[in-house]
Design a protein around this ligand. Structure first.
Ligand code: CA2
Length: 143
């Protein structure tokens, strides 16, 4: 059994409460339940976290170096801005999956570039919250 750290970036605590036409009606609690169920089916445990603070996400990535076999991350808007998150993920030895609920490539131009994708093992977008399950399957296959 391995631990998979699942990180959620800024504003994802609002999931299901605003902008359902983009992100759907499911809340972050629903996402956690989906992740727990998928990970357990594959024989793994999860540590499911959300923060609006870049430094907190970086600290959790550093902790994952010692306690996790893989990281699944929805970096939210930090996807498009944060070299610091990319550097932290680069220092993690296990598989990393980047996941976006929406299809970022069908949205505004500023969402088309990700600082994370080039160092991720897996990139999933546009599958809704089901993408979290696909990301867990992808990293599980690489653990
Ligand atoms: O599609 C995704 O999962 C995103 O990572 C979500 C981010 C966005 O900045 C990325 O470009 C794509 C936004 C997360 C904020 O989520 C909200 C949910 C409900 C209401 C408001 C924001």
């Amino acid at each position: 059994m391995a631990l998979i750290t699942i990180l959620n970036g800024p504003n994802l605590n609002l999931l299901g409460k605003r902008e359902p036409h983009i992100y759907g009606h499911d809340t972050l609690e629903h996402v956690e339940a989906l992740c727990t169920s998928r990970a357990e089916a594959l024989g793994h445990e999860i540590r499911f976290l959300q923060s609006n603070a870049e430094h907190q996400l970086i600290d959790w990535i550093h902790e994952a170096r010692d306690n996790s076999a893989a990281i699944v991350i929805n970096p939210a808007a930090y996807t498009h801005t944060s070299i610091a998150l990319r550097d932290a993920l680069s220092a993690f030895d296990g598989p990393v999956a980047e996941i976006h609920i929406s299809n970022v490539h069908a949205r505004e131009e500023f969402r088309h570039h990700s600082y994370i994708s080039a160092i991720a093992d897996t990139v999933i977008c546009g599958a809704g919250i089901a993408g979290y399950g696909f990301a867990i399957e992808a990293v599980s296959a690489k653990i």
